[in-house]
Design a protein around this ligand. Structure first.
Ligand SMILES: Cc1cc2nc3c(=O)[nH]c(=O)nc-3n(C[C@H](O)[C@H](O)[C@H](O)COP(=O)(O)OP(=O)(O)OC[C@H]3O[C@@H](n4cnc5c(N)ncnc54)[C@H](O)[C@@H]3O)c2cc1C
Length: 312
């Protein structure tokens, strides 16, 4: 491991197969955070694991193939790291996409998972044998097209809810592209220079849309955002001073938002104590409104802030 990788992992080093007698074979589809930590844990329990990912690197959302200009985490680094492998101390509070990918590659190196990875390999189909319950997993090498089948006792699906971008079918796209326009998902847009001096339209007001709009506004001739609904955005530092983690990523704040199963103080805050919760959220909302000049730019959301915070 690179010395400059100054994190201090808390839970031993490379994963050695636990009880090696158990040769249960498990396939994991996806080498994002979910697939990687699943692989590490299953390996520690002594299972025979193979992790497939169609991209050439680990990281999923943070893969070089999916990083758009301006992508970084919404979470601060302390809350977007594995408990047994912290992010390096020298990382910024909100790491860039490239830094998160490097962190995850470091996780693979540290826990010795490289040999279990089958990168650049797409899982194309799976079929379960009715008698044995085992799975036949078909894969295709993305670069060569080479197809293969292998049998597994179990399959873990960790393919990510955002890994296949959805682009609505807009009328007029063919004509737009004919004259040199480009329509793409944020995750397929990698080179900011491509937009230099161009007129760009960003559809949506979520995390990717806001990140990419901010980056584009630096180089494009014009940049317009079209959104069905304007939602609340939480500044990384409330009032330009207080890291939002002290307000929204605490046990108390957990109770401010609706959950399927509300527990403890949260039950009070979303029940009889709702007025306390509304007061607290209303207070944050007022600060955000002023800090981001939402009234001046006409971006005051019509929806209440409860449950809709995302960081900017
Ligand atoms: C721009 C962006 C920023 C985000 N920021 C945050 C944040 O700050 N905090 C937070 O908590 N969450 C954030 N998220 C949510 C993010 O999805 C999760 O944090 C997490 O990265 C999801 O990990 P995952 O392993 O479930 O999925 P992914 O990271 O999407 O990984 C799934 C992997 O499966 C692979 N795959 C899919 N199908 C196949 C197949 N058929 N064969 C082979 N491989 C396949 C994909 O290539 C991909 O690598 C963000 C999401 C996006 C898009």
């Amino acid at each position: 491991m690179n010395d400059s990788w100054a994190s201090t992992p808390r839970n031993g080093g490379p994963v050695s197969g636990g009880h090696s007698a158990d040769k249960t074979k498990i396939a994991i589809v996806g080498a994002g955070v979910a697939g990687l930590c699943t692989a590490k844990v299953l390996k520690q329990f002594g299972f025979d694991v193979v992790v497939y990912d169609r991209t050439p690197d680990v990281g999923g959302v943070w893969s070089v193939t999916r990083r758009y200009p301006g992508v970084m985490t919404q979470n601060n680094k302390g809350t977007y790291a594995f408990s047994d492998y912290p992010m390096p101390r020298w990382y910024p509070e909100w790491p860039t996409g490239a830094q998160v990918q490097r962190y995850l590659a470091g996780y693979v190196e540290f826990f010795g998972l490289e040999s279990y990875l089958r990168l650049g390999t797409e899982v194309t189909s799976m079929l379960q044998d009715e008698n044995t319950g085992r799975w036949s997993v078909s894969t295709r090498n993305v670069a060569t097209g080479h197809a293969e089948d292998a049998w597994y006792d179990h399959v873990v699906i960790a393919n990510g809810i955002f890994s296949d971008p959805f682009i609505p079918s807009y009328p007029g796209v063919a004509e737009f592209e004919e004259v040199g326009g480009r329509l793409c998902a944020a995750s397929d847009f990698h080179d900011l220079d491509e937009a230099a001096g161009k007129h760009v339209l960003v559809v949506g007001y979520g995390k990717s849309a806001c990140d990419v709009a901010e980056a584009l506004s630096e180089v494009s001739a014009t940049m317009t955002v079209v959104a069905r609904e304007v939602t609340w955005k939480m500044p990384r530092k409330l009032g330009n001073m207080l890291n939002y983690k002290y307000i929204l990523l605490t046990r108390l704040s957990e109770g401010l938002f609706e959950h399927i199963e509300q527990r403890g103080f949260g039950r009070f805050l979303t029940g009889p104590g709702r007025f306390v919760r509304d007061g607290m959220l209303g207070f944050i909302q007022r600060i955000v409104r002023r800090q981001l000049s939402l009234d001046r730019v006409g971006l005051v959301p019509e929806v209440p802030s409860s449950g809709l915070f995302a960081t900017r």
